[in-house]
Design a protein around this ligand. Structure first.
Ligand code: VTB
Length: 346
């Protein structure tokens, strides 16, 4: 899978990031997202693969492109057997977030990126459009911290695993009313909190790398993006657990103001999720034999530089992680549109 798709998926996230970056700082998050979706879909449809979107922009009736179930890639055509080799005809599942952190992009804030994960058919959890409580931590703490434990307990464990005192730990939490108690608890335990307004995928994956000065991600974000984070963390050997949240009183969001917990549990049942409180390990969220992850910075963040435009081109930085070759590659690319006056080196 990596051999046939490795380079192509870099271009997919690069194209989405470049399109979105043109709308960076313009205060229009919908367009920043829309152009990323269009660019991602266009580039995907040039690839010799038989892909199906399992996590995307929404259900078919609400999203015209990259909706759940949409087939992408040249080898989805009926006569594909004539020009696609057997490898390329294998069905693959794709989870996408063409502009993760749309607000960050729209307001020129750090940490937005174009991101996707790929696995063979059935290899990615088809997460419902729900909220998810998440815990991410470095590889040294994998399986030792646990989302069922309190933040205070987890910080003690983390401090032992990482051989640093609790006050040397930094925990990323999204700034939301629902996290007020959590933030208080983390601070009382002695750790430091890095509050972000959006973009918990970048924060989760940053836990997989030493040197980012991010030691954990805690709190509730969106479930579909949880699967994408899990895909990366599974390849990196990091810790990631997710638990769907069905109680609107816990989530405290306007979007769920008219929903009840019972309704949400019933919705989950319809999707064959009978245990609404199940804790998913990253190996369950991204269970495929082969998992590929790719991201490209739109605005600069902890892991990647954002898109930089220059006369006649642009420069991007991406990250591709593969369970197959056990690699995390940072890829710097110069994109030339027309005869450039100069080629930017950094
Ligand atoms: C967003 C976004 C995150 O979760 O906040 C979203 O920034 C859901 O939270 O990166 P709200 O509905 O409270 O905004 C993420 O998309 C991903 O988990």
């Amino acid at each position: 899978m990596e051999a046939t798709l490795g380079l192509e998926i870099i271009e997919v996230v690069e194209q989405a990031a470049i399109a979105s970056a043109r709308w960076m700082g313009k205060g229009d998050k919908n367009t920043a997202d829309q152009v990323a979706v269009e660019a991602m879909r266009k580039r995907m449809n040039q690839i010799h693969m038989r892909g199906r979107i399992v996590i995307g922009e929404g259900e078919r009736d609400e999203a015209p492109m990259l909706y759940i179930g949409e087939e992408v890639g040249i080898c989805t055509r009926e006569d594909a057997k004539d020009y696609c080799n057997p490898d390329e005809l294998l069905e693959i599942d794709i989870a996408v977030d063409p502009c993760e952190g749309t607000n960050l992009c729209a307001y020129g804030q750090p940490g937005s990126m174009a991101v996707l994960a790929i696995s063979e058919k059935g290899g990615l959890f088809n997460a419902p459009d729900f909220y998810m409580n998440k815990l991410a931590a470095p590889p040294a703490a994998k399986g030792k911290v646990d989302i069922r434990k309190s933040a205070t307990e987890n910080l003690k464990i983390l401090s032992e695993c990482l051989d640093r005192s609790i006050d040397e730990l930094v925990v990323v939490v999204m700034k939301r009313d629902r996290h007020d108690e959590l933030i208080k608890e983390i601070r009382e335990a002695g750790a430091r909190v890095r509050l972000i307004t959006d973009g918990d995928v970048s924060a989760a994956i940053s836990c997989g790398f030493a040197g980012t000065n991010i030691h954990a991600l805690m709190g509730i974000g969106a479930a579909p993006e949880g699967v994408i984070s899990a895909a990366a963390m599974r390849c990196l050997g990091g810790h990631f657990q997710g638990q769907l949240v069905s109680d609107p009183a816990v989530v405290k969001t306007k979007e769920w103001a008219n929903k009840t917990k019972e309704e949400n549990v019933a919705r989950l049942k319809e999707m064959n999720i009978t245990d609404p409180d199940k804790v998913y390990e990253c190996e369950e969220l991204a269970s495929g034999q082969t998992v590929l992850f790719a991201a490209c910075g739109i605005t600069s963040g902890t892991l990647m530089e954002g898109v930089r435009f220059f006369h006649g081109g642009s420069r991007t930085q991406s990250l591709v992680i593969s369970s197959q070759s056990k690699t995390a590659r940072f890829v710097d690319t110069i994109h030339l549109n027309e005869a450039p006056k100069y080629i930017q080196l950094k």
